[in-house]
Design a protein around this ligand. Sequence first.
Ligand code: 6PG
Length: 476
Amino acid sequence: AKAQIGVTGLAVMGRNVARNLARNGFTVAVHNRSPERTRSLVAEHGDEGTFVPGETMADFVASLERPRAVIVMVKAGAPTDAVIDELVPLLEEGDIIVDCGNAHFADTRRREEALRAQGLHFSGTGVSGGEEGALLGPSIMPGGSAESYAKLGPMFEKIAAQVDGVPCCMHVGPDGAGHFVKMVHNGIEYADMQLIAEAYDLLRSGLDAKPAEIAEIFRDWNDGELGSFLIEITADVLAHTDADTGRPFVDVVQDRAEQKGTGRWTVQSALDLGIPITGIAEATFARSLSGHVDQREAARRAFPDAGDKWQVTDREAFVEDVRRALLASKIVAYAQGFDHIRAGSQEYDWDIDLGGTATIWRGGCIIRARFLDRIREAYDQQPDLPTLLVAPYFADAVAAGVPSWRRVVGDATRAGVPTPAFSSSLAYFDALRAERLPAALIQGLRDNFGAHTYQRVDRDGSFHTTWAADRTESPA
Ligand code: 6PG
C-alpha cells in the first residue's frame, strides 16, 4: 500500500512527527538527506506503526498516494527552499508540500504563491510543543488552501493534542496564516517567559528566598488561574539542583537569554501593522539586553547601589500581589497578541478565527494555559471584542489586580529591581484607559516643526497653526 503522508527531514522534530503519525495508524513515508537517519528511525521505532523508508527523494515521493502530502521538517530559510526545489520536479498537480518548520510567514506567502502557479498546494504549518509535543500531541496551526486541509486535516487533527475531546488543530487560513499565528504564539511565549522571570526575580529579591522555596510558590500558583505549562516547568527548573556544585540550577546558568528569531519577527510585524505589542517587545528586548555583557558590566560598576533596600513586611500579601500582577500583565500580553493576529488577518485577508486560535492553543503548545478557555469564551461571546481586557472574566481579573500591580511595580522601581514587562504592561493598561493622552501635545509639536496638521476635538477636518508667524489657525 502507498503511504498516506511523508516526512522529509528526520532530525528530532521530523522524527517525532513521523512517529506520531505512524502511532496513530497512518502509513508514513520517511526520508532524510543522509539515509542513516531514515534507517535508524525504522530500526528503532519500526514497531510503532507502518513506515515506508525512501533512500532517495524520488523513491520517497514515488511511495506516496495521490494527492501526495509531503511534510518538510528542515531548518527555516535556505534549507527549506532547497528541499522544495528538489521536491517540485517530482510532484504532480494537486500534490501538497507542508512546511512544519518555524518559517517566516512572508516566506510562506512567497512559496505558496510560487507553488500555486505550478499547480501545487503549499501549507505553511505551525507546530508547537517541542520534541515531546511532536511525538505525543502538538498544537498544529496549518495554513494554505482549503483543498490541502481536506487531505491534511483528518491526519493532523488525529495526531494533535486533544483537550475535552477537541483537537488542538484547525485550518487557520490561506497562505501564511498558519505561520503567522505560530509566530505570534512564540511572541506570546517570549512575553509569558519574561513575566515569569520577573515574578521570580521579584520574589527572590522581595522575600530573600531560595529558588527551591520560590518553586513551591509557582507550584501553588499552577493550581489556580495561572495554571499553565510554563508555570509548571518554572517550578521544576527552580527546584532543580546542579549535580556538580550542589547549587540551585538557576544560579549556575549564564544570565544571557538567547533567541532564534520568532520573537523578533513578531515585533517587526507588529510595527508594520501598527499594533502595540509592548509586552512581547519588552520581552524580546530584555533578552537582547541580557546579552550585552560589556554594557551590563560597565553600568554595574558605575552604579553599584542605585536602589533602596527592599523591605517586605507581609510575605503572604506580597506573594499574592506578585501573583495578581503577573496575571494582569499576562492578560495584557495575550490581549496584545490577539490584537496582532486580528490585524494580520485583516491585512492579509485571512479571516482567522480568534476563538478557534485560543481553542487550538489549549493543549500541546508551549503557551498552553488554563485561561485560554476564557479567551475562547470571550471571542465566542463577542467576536468583535475591542480588546480582551474588557471581556468580563479578564476585566474582573485585571480590576482585582490593579492595586497589587501598582504596589509591585512601585516597590520594584524603588528597590531598583527591573520589571520591564510588568511595568510596560501596567503602562499600556493605564494608557488604554486614560481619558486623555498626551498624544495631543505630540500632534502640536508635529504641527509646530513640520506643519503636519492636527484634528480638533470640536470640529471636523485637519488644521494648521502658523507657529512661526501670527499663530492663527486655518483648515489644512
Ligand atoms: C514551540 C516553540 C519552539 C521554539 C522555541 C525556541 O512552540 O514549540 O516556540 O517553536 O523552538 O520556543 O525559541 P527561541 O529559541 O527563540 O527562544
